[in-house]
Design a protein around this ligand. Structure first.
Ligand SMILES: Nc1ncnc2c1ncn2[C@@H]1O[C@H](COP(=O)(O)OP(=O)(O)O)[C@@H](O)[C@H]1O
Ligand SMILES: [Mg+2]
Length: 601
């Protein structure tokens, strides 16, 4: 069972603090709503009491008229406050949730560490936090609503206790006990909800995956071409029924609870009537008082049962608010723990020292050591799955080594502030992000007016995308995707890669890492491109990764990676002379390339 990190009182304060922080008027409106909710029924129970009392005391009619006018005016004022609050609050609270906290959560998502966000735990936490944010009838928004109601219910109950205090104190004790009983019964359901929350969210995740995949254009081709319809639908149905099973169990518990609640109310009200009628018959209270008390007992029970029900829901909402806070804390911690800037001289040396790394049980690196001298260009080669991209992620601190160190100019990478750290690297990944904005913006990765357009032109030319850009009606301002702009273009695999390369060049950081961003180009073009890059990055440390060996000749050193170890290291010439695995692979590949060149020419 998963215990919520933040308790309900802490979460109540959190909601109040945040409402006050973003919208003070909203908090005042919430308070006004509480007051109106409490006062309205009090007027209703006192009105008949005073009127009957008026007859009992045989007072002049003018007094009665005055009384009615007073009640009328107060009712009108309170009623107006209440209906204004009822109309205003839901809209404002929804805005508070979706717009204010929603954008803060988006910012937090950008501020959490990549390692965290890409981990299973991080994904689960962000999903739960999103749930707390996503709808009006659960989580944050509902907690704010229930907070208003619970406060009103609680104050109402206390006021009614005062009204009823003239009666035998046992009456109040009995009424409160009934309330407590139904609270305990209801809380059992709530505990069950808490216990099953994680299981339900797991199934929900599976269902969402299937649902999303049916809509996502990325999946659409394969789904159609491989005729995956029936399979997907049956999977979806399976998860829906699994989820339903959970909800059925909860509903059964809720239903049983409703019966218990009904029984409690039945006995409570029955005894109250018998008790009060007896008081009237024995002349201990007047009829006017009877109407007041009978109204108060019914009202008090209503306050208590609403308080109970709303508190139970508030508790459930509070679990989600806790989830939300857990995620927001991650971002806060990350911001708070920012390190002071360090002086890092260029060119930069990179060293991996006794690094161990596994994906779950799959060992990728064991006692791995590698030093790349400052300003050197190395080629990292190896078959698919050798661990090249993993090495890049380790160097970039995007994943964490199980043990060992990554040193930048001899400084442990964990001692360098992450944002400063990211600034050190220009990286081109195969699966880099293409934004649904202009090509220029896709190169600079910042707003259009912050973009150095001359530099964009320069790097587009270097990466070889300039020809394509020239052919587009809006040139480099054409959107690189159609998603937001129907005039946008769709880039081919090779063109996307050129764009990604141009981006890495534009950033112009001290370390350049190209992780097979050119696999969609033909081998000769890739080799030429890498050579071009080599000339441009004279003063930089660079890592060129490829499973093609033709791209490596110009590098200072070639590193052949195999099963998590560097098995050969040296210049292209050295390794060819060594006549080992590199030479063997090179010969096989170059044979193939020669053929390809013949076919092309
Ligand atoms: N996030 C991940 N979780 C589990 N295994 C992974 C993950 N990423 C990569 N791997 C596995 O680690 C091995 C090395 O992958 P990778 O570094 O991408 O190889 P390369 O870039 O050399 O082709 C592969 O067997 C791959 O399946
Ligand atoms: Mg790779």
């Amino acid at each position: 069972m998963n215990k919520a990190k933040y308790g309900v009182f802490s979460n109540i304060l959190y909601i109040i603090r945040n409402v006050w922080r973003v919208d003070r008027i909203l908090l005042l409106a919430m308070i006004a709503s509480v007051i109106a909710t409490v006062v309205q029924p009090i007027i209703i129970i006192y009105m008949p009491k005073f009127i009957i009392q008026f007859f009992e005391e045989a007072r002049p009619v003018a007094d009665l008229m005055r009384l009615v006018v007073y009640f009328g005016v107060i009712s009108l004022i309170i009623g107006s406050i209440k209906s204004f609050a009822d109309g205003y609050l839901p809209r404002k609270i929804a805005y508070f949730r979706s717009m204010k906290l929603g954008s803060e959560m988006a910012l937090a998502s950008l501020n959490v560490h990549y390692k965290y966000l890409s981990s299973d735990n991080g994904q689960q936490e962000i999903r739960k936090a999103r749930q707390a944010m996503s709808r009006g009838n659960i989580g944050i928004q509902d907690m704010a609503n229930k907070l208003i109601l619970c406060t009103a219910n609680l104050i109402g109950a206390i006021v009614y206790i005062f009204i009823l205090s003239a009666l035998n104190p046992l009456v109040i004790i009995a009424l409160i006990s009934c309330g407590l009983l139904s609270y305990l019964a209801g809380n059992r359901v709530n505990k069950y909800r808490l216990k099953t929350k994680d299981d339900i969210s797991k199934v929900e995740r599976k269902r969402h995956y299937i649902n999303d995949s049916t809509r996502d254009v990325k999946f659409a081709k394969d789904i159609r071409l491989y005729g995956m319809f029936e399979w997907l639908v049956s999977l979806g149905d399976k998860f829906i029924s699994e989820e339903n099973e959970w909800y059925k169990k909860i509903t059964t518990k809720v239903f049983k609870n409703t019966i218990i609640d009904g029984l409690i109310a039945f006995f409570r009200d029955g005894f109250a009537y018998i008790y009060l009628i007896n008081l009237v018959l024995t002349d201990q209270i007047a009829v006017s008082e009877f109407t007041l008390y009978i109204g108060s007992i019914a009202g008090f029970s209503l306050w208590i049962s609403r308080l109970v029900n709303n508190t139970i829901i508030l508790n459930a909402d509070s679990l989600q608010v806790s989830d939300f806070r857990v995620f927001m804390d991650r971002a806060d911690d990350n911001i708070k723990n920012r390190l002071p800037e360090k002086e890092i001289k260029t060119p930069i040396s990179i060293e991996l020292k006794d690094v161990n790394f596994s994906y779950n049980d799959h060992v990728i690196y064991k006692d791995f050591n590698l030093k790349i001298e400052a300003g050197k260009k190395i080629a990292l080669v190896g078959i698919n799955g050798a661990g090249k991209s993993t090495l890049v992620k380790l160097i970039l601190n995007l994943i964490e080594a199980d043990s060992g160190q990554i040193l930048i100019n001899g400084i442990d990478s964990r001692e360098i502030d992450m944002l400063q750290y990211y600034d050190l690297f220009s990286v081109a990944f195969q699966d880099a992000l293409i934004l649904a904005y202009g090509i220029d913006v896709n190169v600079s990765m910042t707003s259009s007016d912050q973009t150095d357009q001359e530099k964009v032109d320069h790097v587009l030319k270097l990466s070889g995308l300039d020809e394509k850009v020239k052919s587009l009606k809006n040139g480099k301002y054409t959107s690189a995707e159609r998603y937001l702009d129907s005039d946008g273009t769709e880039l081919s695999g090779g063109e996307r890669q050129k764009l990604i390369l141009a981006r890495a060049l534009y950033k112009d950081a001290p370390v350049l890492i190209l992780d097979e961003p050119s696999s969609a180009l033909d081998p000769i073009a890739e080799a030429e491109l890498y050579e071009k890059y080599h000339d441009m990055t004279k003063d930089k440390t660079a890592i060129y990764i490829s499973h093609r060996l033709s791209s490596t000749k110009f590098c200072d050193e070639v590193l052949l990676l195999d099963e998590g170890q560097i098995i050969e290291r040296g210049s292209h010439k050295d390794l060819m002379a060594l006549d080992g695995k590199y030479a063997e692979m090179f010969n096989v590949q170059s044979h193939y390339y020669h053929k390809e060149v013949e076919v092309i020419s």
